[in-house]
Ligand binder design. Structure first.
Ligand SMILES: [Zn+2]
Ligand SMILES: [Zn+2]
Length: 782
C-alpha cells in the first residue's frame, strides 16, 4: 500500500466521522487538553529529604529537606502488597481503573452534599489527593475543576505505581513529618517494607486527621480507629482473617524518635556529592562503622591527656573495593576540637608513608633488590641534609632494613636515583590531588613528607599493595555489579615488586611496633607502614592484608604538634585494635608469590651477584630480566708490602716482596663516616710514596658547596660559606683554593668556612697526592 492510497482511503473516512458532533467535541477537547498541558506543565518536584543508607539499605543518616521537613522517599521496592492493598482499599478502590477522576464517586458525593448540606471529600481519588498535596489550594468549585484537569495531567505523564508512590511520600503525619517512610522511620524505626499489617493500618488512617491523630500522643485513640478499620477490612476479605486477628491483637506503643544521624562525615559528603538524589545507598557496613566509631572515640579520649584530640579512620574492602567504614573525626558532635572536620579528606603531611611506593618503584626499575646494601651516613643533597627519626646513622644496611626501619637518607638517595618526577607520576596515577596540583614544586623532601596528602588517598594507595599493584579507587556507593569497575584498574607497580614490599612490611622485628605491644599473638597477619610528620603533627599507620586496608590518622585539626605523637606508638595501636575487631581469628590467606619472582644467591656485603672473593653469600629475591645483575665489587685485590704498611699499583709494583691481599672497597662517604665515628675498618695501606702515578679517580670529592649551585648570603649577617670534601683514607692534608689562590691548608673531613665575594667563583680542593677537583658556584649577597 503506497502513501497515496493511504491518503485516498483515510481522509474521506476522517471527514465522514467528523460529521458526528460527539466526535468533534471529544477531539477538540483532547486538543485543548494537549495545548493546556503544554502551556501549564505540571511540575512534580517533591523536594525530598536526603537519606543515606548502609550496604543493606537501612537508613544510617537522614537530613531534613530544605523546607525543614521530613519527607523521605519510599522506593518502589518498599511498597509491599500489604501497604498497597491497605492504602488503595481505604482511599480509592478503583485507583487502578480510573483516569484520575472517579465520576461515580463524584456523583455520589454530589448527591450526599445536596442532602446533608456538607461538603465531603470522599470523591477525591488518590491522584486528586496527590495534586492537592503537591499544590494546596482553597476548596472552591473552580479549584476543584483545576484539580481534575491536573489529575488528568498526572495520569498522562505518570504510571499508576508512580502516582501511588507520590501519594505515599506526600501524605501528612502531623508536625513536620510527611510521607509514610518518614513516619515509619521516625515512629517505628524501620523502613516501610517491614511494617506489620497493624502498623500499616495505623499509618494509613493518620493522614485523614494528622493533627488529632498524633502517634505517641494519641496512641489509644489511634489504636481504636485502627481496629475499627481492621474490622471493616475483615468484611471486605482484602486480607486473610487470621492476619486481621493478629493485627487486632497487636499493641501500639510508639513514640517519636530522633532521626538517625550515624556516619555523619560520609553522609554529609555524599549528600553534597549527589545533591539531587533522595536516597543514597552507601557501601558502609553498619556494624563495622559503629564498632570502629566507638573504638576511635574511646581511643582518642585516652590520648586527651597528651593533648591529642583527633583521629580519622578509613576501611576499604580489598576484594569489593568498597569503603566499609569511614570515621572523619573522633566525635562529630564536639565543636571544640573541630569534630565536624572530615579528617579523611584533610590535606596533611604524609611523613614516611610514601616510602613503600618509592621502594616498589626502585624494585621495578631494577636498581635494587631487598638485600642490596645502601649507606645510611650523613649526606648533603644540594643543601638538603635529612636526618633519621632517631637522629642516628646506621652505616651500611640492606634495602629491606632501610624500609622496615623507615630510614630517611636511603630513601632520599633512592628518590634522587629514580628522580622526583618519576615518583610524582606514580602519585598522580594514584590520584593524589594536592601532589597533582603542586607537582612542579616538589623536591627530594617529598618522600619524607614534604607534600600534601589525605588519609583517603593513602588508604587507596595501600589498597593497591593488596591488589598486586593494581590501583583502583574505592567506592562509597554500594555497587551491585562488580564487573563494571574492573575496567578502571591501572597498574602502578608490578605484582613482583608489590610482593617484595608486602614481605618487608610484614616483618615483626621492627622498631615501629608500638611500645609494650602485647596483642601480637591474636592479630591477623598484616603488612603496615607508619609515618610521623615533621613537627610531630601527624601520626599515620596504614595496614593491609588480603581482605582489608585500614588507614589511621591521629593528630590535632588545629595543626598543633605533640612531642609524644608518632606513627608507631600512637597510630599503630589503633590500627591493630581495628584489625583485631574486624578480622579477628581470620583464616584469610596471605598473598601468593607471583610467577616472575625468583631466588638467587647474592653477596651479603652488597646484595650483588657474588664475585670470587664473596665468601658470605645469602639468598635474596629478584625479578628475572628486571633486577640488575651487577657483579659484586665489595672488595678488591691490592698488592701490599709483606708488612702490609704500603700498597702498590701496577706502576710501582716491586719485582719481589709484594703480596696480593683482599681489601674492602668502601665508598668514600662510608669511609668518611667511619673516620668521624672512629669506627675501625680494614684499611688499604697508604700508597707507595715513591709512585709517580696520580689517580684522578681518587681525587677529593667536594660535597659542599654543590657544583653549579647559586648561594644567596645575608649581607647583614656576613654569612660564611662552608667548604667540605671527602677524600681517600690515605690522604693526610688537603688544600683549598679560591679562584686558583690558596685559601687554607686543612685536615681531611674538617669543614672550613670563608666569606666569598659576589659573582662566579672557582673552588678547588687538592690532596697531598696532587689529586685535584674544581667546582664553580655563584654567590649573591642580599
Ligand atoms: Zn661481595
Ligand atoms: Zn703506584
Amino acid at each position: 500500500m503506497n502513501l497515496n492510497h493511504l491518503k485516498q482511503t483515510t481522509i474521506p473516512f476522517l471527514k465522514r466521522i467528523f460529521q458526528y458532533k460527539a466526535v468533534r467535541v471529544i477531539s477538540y477537547g483532547l486538543l485543548l487538553f494537549v495545548a493546556l498541558d503544554l502551556i501549564f506543565p505540571f511540575k512534580v518536584q517533591p523536594n525530598y529529604s536526603t537519606l543515606i543508607t548502609d550496604s543493606e539499605g537501612k537508613v544510617l543518616h537522614a537530613f531534613l529537606n530544605n523546607q525543614d521537613k521530613w519527607r523521605m522517599k519510599t522506593e518502589f521496592s518498599e511498597i509491599t502488597p500489604t501497604l498497597e492493598k491497605a492504602i488503595v482499599y481505604k482511599e480509592d478502590r478503583w485507583f487502578r481503573w480510573h483516569f484520575g477522576v472517579n465520576p461515580f464517586a463524584i456523583a455520589r458525593a454530589g448527591v450526599r452534599n445536596v442532602f446533608t448540606g456538607r461538603r465531603t471529600s470522599g470523591a477525591s481519588t488518590i491522584t486528586m489527593q496527590v495534586v492537592r498535596l503537591l499544590n494546596p489550594q482553597s476548596r472552591t468549585y473552580f479549584n476543584k475543576i483545576i484539580e481534575i484537569l491536573r489529575a488528568f495531567q498526572l495520569e498522562v505523564h505518570y504510571s499508576k505505581d508512580e502516582i501511588l508512590q507520590l501519594y505515599l511520600n506526600l501524605v501528612p503525619y502531623g508536625s513536620n513529618i510527611e510521607g509514610i517512610k518518614s513516619a515509619s522511620i521516625l515512629y517505628f524505626q524501620k523502613s516501610p517494607d517491614v511494617l506489620s499489617l497493624a502498623e500499616v493500618m495505623a499509618l494509613a488512617i493518620i493522614p485523614n486527621r494528622p493533627s488529632s491523630l498524633r502517634l505517641g500522643i494519641n496512641n489509644d485513640f489511634i489504636l481504636k480507629e485502627r481496629n475499627r478499620w481492621l474490622n471493616e477490612f475483615k468484611k471486605s476479605e482484602v486480607f486473610h482473617n487470621q492476619d486481621i486477628d493478629d493485627a487486632l491483637s497487636e499493641p501500639l506503643n510508639v513514640k517519636r524518635h530522633e532521626a538517625p544521624k550515624l556516619a555523619p562525615h560520609l553522609s554529609l559528603r555524599l549528600k553534597n556529592e549527589y545533591p539531587t538524589e533522595a536516597n543514597i545507598h552507601s557501601s558502609l557496613i553498619r556494624n563495622k562503622q559503629l564498632t570502629i566509631e566507638k573504638i576511635v572515640q574511646n581511643y582518642v579520649s585516652r590520648l586527651y591527656a597528651m593533648n591529642i584530640h583527633n583521629a580519622a579512620v578509613m576501611v576499604i574492602n580489598n576484594q569489593t573495593h568498597q569503603v566499609e567504614a569511614y570515621i572523619g573525626s573522633a566525635d562529630f558532635n564536639n565543636p571544640v576540637d573541630g569534630g565536624q572536620v572530615d579528617g579523611v579528606r584533610a590535606i596533611r603531611s604524609p611523613g614516611s608513608t610514601l616510602k613503600p611506593l618509592l621502594y616498589a618503584t626502585a624494585f621495578d626499575k631494577g636498581i635494587i633488590t631487598p638485600k642490596t646494601t645502601i649507606n645510611d651516613v650523613p649526606t648533603n643533597f644540594g643543601g638538603f641534609v635529612p636526618e633519621n627519626f632517631d637522629k642516628l646513622f646506621h652505616g651500611k644496611i640492606t634495602i629491606e632494613y632501610a624500609l622496615a626501619n623507615s630510614l630517611n637518607i636511603p630513601a632520599v638517595k633512592l628518590l634522587k636515583e629514580i628522580s622526583t618526577p618519576v615518583l610524582v607520576d606514580k602519585l598522580k596515577k594514584a590520584d593524589f590531588q594536592a601532589v597533582k596540583k603542586n607537582s612542579s614544586k616538589l623536591g627530594l623532601s617529598l618522600v619524607l613528607g614534604g607534600c600534601g596528602v589525605t588519609l583517603e588517598e593513602l588508604t587507596n594507595l595501600f589498597s593497591s599493595f593488596a591488589n598486586e599493584g593494581q590501583f583502583q579507587k574505592a567506592k562509597y556507593i554500594k555497587s551491585e555489579d562488580q564487573s563494571s569497575i574492573v575496567n578502571l584498574k591501572s597498574e602502578i607497580i608490578s605484582p613482583e615488586s608489590t610482593y617484595l614490599i608486602n614481605q618487608i612490611l610484614t616483618q615483626i622485628t621492627r622498631p615501629d611496633l608500638p611500645n609494650n605491644y602485647a596483642y601480637t599473638y591474636r592479630m591477623p597477619k598484616i603488612a603496615w607502614k607508619t609515618g610521623t610528620s615533621f613537627g610531630k603533627k601527624d601520626a599515620w599507620s596504614i595496614g593491609y592484608n588480603a581482605k582489608y586496608t585500614v588507614g589511621v590518622w591521629i593528630g590535632n585539626f588545629s595543626g598543633e604538634g605533640v612531642p609524644e605523637l608518632s606513627g608507631a606508638n600512637i597510630a599503630t595501636p589503633l590500627l591493630f585494635d581495628i584489625f583485631n575487631t574486624i578480622d579477628y581469628n581470620s583464616s584469610s590467606k596471605w598473598f601468593k608469590s607471583p610467577e616472575n619472582i625468583a631466588l638467587r644467591k647474592v653477596c651479603a656485603e652488597s646484595g650483588d651477584v657474588p664475585n670470587e672473593f664473596c665468601i658470605n653469600q645469602i639468598t635474596d629475591y629478584y625479578i628475572p630480566s628486571v633486577s640488575k645483575m651487577t657483579v659484586c665489587t665489595h672488595a678488591k685485590y691490592v698488592y701490599v708490602s709483606a708488612d702490609e704498611r704500603m700498597s702498590y699499583c701496577s706502576h710501582c709494583l716491586p719485582d719481589s716482596g709484594a703480596v696480593k691481599k683482599i681489601y674492602p672497597n668502601h665508598a668514600p662517604e662510608l669511609v668518611s663516616w667511619f673516620e668521624t665515628k672512629h669506627i675501625l675498618y680494614a684499611n688499604i695501606p697508604p700508597h707507595n710514596p715513591k709512585c709517580e702515578r696520580v689517580f684522578a679517580e681518587n681525587a677529593p670529592q667536594i660535597v659542599y658547596p654543590v657544583d653549579g649551585s647559586e648561594y644567596i648570603l645575608d649581607k647583614n649577617d656576613t654569612q660564611k660559606l662552608m667548604l667540605n670534601a671527602q677524600v681517600r683514607n690515605d690522604v693526610k692534608e688537603i688544600y683549598w683554593y679560591i679562584n686558583d689562590k690558596l685559601l687554607q691548608k686543612a685536615t681531611p673531613n674538617t669543614p672550613i668556612f670563608f666569606v666569598p665575594e659576589a659573582g662566579k667563583i672557582k673552588i678547588s680542593c687538592s690532596d697531598d697526592k696532587g689529586r685535584n677537583t674544581d667546582i664553580f658556584v655563584k654567590v649573591k649577597w642580599e
